[in-house]
Design a protein around this ligand. Structure first.
Ligand SMILES: C[S@@+](CC[C@H](N)C(=O)[O-])C[C@H]1O[C@@H](n2cnc3c(N)ncnc32)[C@H](O)[C@@H]1O
Length: 326
């Protein structure tokens, strides 16, 4: 994918000016070094944001300001890809170049069809199971950048997890958070549904929402206005905070690009590290996900509290000496 963009630029397929280039949603390893001009990366996913910054690029979590041209990296969420193209068009002058790069698995063919209806798409460069193409910018259709939505009284945005409504797994886990007290952490808090349920208990002293997606955390700030809430934009797998009396989590089981149960396992290890001695993890997962081994490795006792509709709710308790803390 990264070399596809470089090859498209090296040939005649696409061209960029030697000026300020807005680069929307580049993955951590995106080929950016040899872009002409000055790239400014827009990346709200904290692990990718930090990796790009460590490579020496200017990175901002959300688009804003103007540029002379734009490059859009597509993501698996089509709504997010169209919103990124609309953001690119809004950030550059009319007629400036907007380049789009995406894998087949990102739905590049369908995005290309939609772009062809709206813009004058030039040559399409196909390579390595994906495509790169460009067009002169003009205003994108209004429905490509819908305003924040309201679901069940909560604000969500295109591309955030479960933007259309409350996740069924989280709803199941919510039935079990009523008895929590003290300091609670919601790992991978999304737009804040679970934390709102945690904070319904007067015994909860503080609820820390840790979330890697900047846009999701922005929604959570609007949804959870309780003064006991704290908001942390961080990679949960490496964040150090706590200790907490309880961790609640509906862990992610895929990265933006691929299914990856290792991420859920890393959340379990992080929960063990963040919990106080005798702390409790309450988590929900798709029934088929293989988390038991990791739970047994890091927690003293494990109990399945609920097993319904393809989800399992698990409670795990720490001992005084936690392996995750080692
Ligand atoms: C399955 S969703 C659950 C969201 C929310 N708790 C809910 O119930 O609606 C998992 C969340 O973890 C976030 N996430 C993914 N990787 C992360 C990471 N490394 N650190 C923190 N959050 C992450 C995702 O953006 C997503 O919002």
């Amino acid at each position: 994918m990264t070399s596809r963009l470089s090859l498209a630029l090296a040939g005649d397929a696409v061209a960029l000016p030697e000026r300020r280039i807005l680069v929307l949603r580049p993955p951590a390893d995106a080929w950016l070094s040899d872009l002409p001009g000055t790239p400014v990366a827009v990346q709200g996913f904290k692990p990718d944001h930090d990796a790009l910054a460590a490579r020496g690029f200017e990175v901002v979590p959300e688009a804003g300001g103007t540029a002379d041209a734009a490059v859009v990296f597509l993501s698996r969420a089509k709504a997010l890809s169209l919103a990124s193209i609309a953001e690119a068009c809004a950030a550059v002058p009319e007629g400036a170049t907007v380049v789009v790069d995406g894998q087949k698995t990102d739905g590049v063919d369908s995005v290309l069809r939609q772009c062809r209806k709206m813009f004058e798409v030039g040559e399409v460069f196909s390579k390595a199971h994906g495509k790169t193409f460009s067009f002169p910018a003009k205003a994108a259709p209004a429905d490509w950048s819908p305003p924040p939505a309201r679901v069940a009284g909560f604000v969500t945005r295109a591309g955030v997890f479960s933007a259309d409504g409350i996740d069924r797994g989280s709803a199941l886990l919510a039935d079990h958070v009523g008895g929590l007290s003290g300091r609670v952490c919601d790992l991978g808090a999304g737009w804040g549904y679970l934390s709102a349920q945690v904070l319904a208990s007067a015994d909860v002293r503080e609820c820390t929402l840790v979330e890697a997606e900047h846009a999701a955390l922005a929604c959570a700030r609007e949804n959870v206005t309780d003064p006991r809430a704290r908001f942390v934009w961080a990679d949960a797998t490496s964040w150090t905070g706590g200790p907490f009396d309880a961790v609640v989590s509906n862990p992610p089981f895929h990265t933006a690009r691929r299914a990856d149960p290792a991420l859920g396992r890393a959340f379990i290890v992080a929960a063990a590290r963040l919990l106080a001695p005798r702390g409790r993890l309450l988590m929900v997962a798709n029934r088929h996900l293989p988390y038991e081994e990791t739970l047994k490795e890091y927690f003293a006792t494990i109990q399945v509290l609920d097993d319904r509709d393809g989800f399992k709710v698990i409670a795990a308790n720490t001992t005084k000496r936690q392996r995750g803390r080692a």
